[in-house]
Design a protein around this ligand. Structure first.
Ligand SMILES: [Ca+2]
Ligand SMILES: [Ca+2]
Ligand SMILES: [Ca+2]
Length: 201
């Protein structure tokens, strides 16, 4: 419960203040809900051909300077990154940053912020998001090759799109434990890209 001290104020003959002061306030309707602590992966596309893209969401409540953020690809159970992308620029609040494969289709490229080889994954490769060298999110399990994919059905990392479940406030900071996409992601059919370029949390 918040109580405001309001000095009565007269505007065009109407006095405000007294009624406001006596009202009991709950949460203010348009006040933003608690934001996420940092950026996280919001969408992963591993479609047909080279239709591959990854999306990062800023739900922190403020603009984020992307300098210092990196994305790394750990292929086929590797323990060292085979490809690294260093981000730059500014990502405003509630916006996403999309990294697409250089050979992705036109519809994917249309919503991409950058094209980069860090998207050269095919289902059994871990992808890590770091801030100043510290892991803040991971898809997959670094150092482990699942064979073909993590997950099953539509919610898998091969020939599917997976989207972070609404309400997610932070990424997965443990790159070493088992990865089960259904825990934190919703799955969609191959080449689903209607959610790429925006994120509703
Ligand atoms: Ca692979
Ligand atoms: Ca594929
Ligand atoms: Ca999205």
């Amino acid at each position: 419960m918040i109580e405001f001290e309001v000095t009565p104020l007269s505007v065009t003959g109407v006095t405000y203040g007294a009624a406001v002061k006596s009202a009991a306030f709950g949460p203010i309707a348009d006040e933003p809900s608690p934001g996420s602590t940092d950026l996280f992966f919001s969408e992963y596309v591993e479609g047909s051909s080279n239709n591959k893209a990854i999306e990062i969401f800023n739900g922190t409540g403020q603009a984020v300077n992307l300098t210092g953020y990196t994305i790394e690809l750990y292929s086929n159970g590797a323990t060292t990154a085979g490809s690294t992308l260093s981000l730059s620029g500014t990502l405003i609040n509630n916006d996403v940053y999309v990294i697409a494969n250089t050979s992705a289709n036109a519809a994917i490229k249309a919503v991409a912020d950058v094209l980069h080889g860090v998207t050269n994954y095919n289902g059994d490769d871990a992808i890590v998001l770091k801030k100043n060298g510290t892991i803040i999110d991971v898809i997959g399990q670094v150092g482990f090759d699942p064979g073909a994919e993590w997950g099953s059905g539509l919610t898998s990392t091969l020939d599917n799109t997976i989207r972070r479940k609404p309400g997610t406030l932070a990424g997965d900071t443990n790159p070493s434990d088992a990865f089960s996409p259904a825990d934190n992601w919703d799955g969609f059919a191959i080449d689903t890209i209607d959610g790429l370029g925006t994120h509703t949390n």
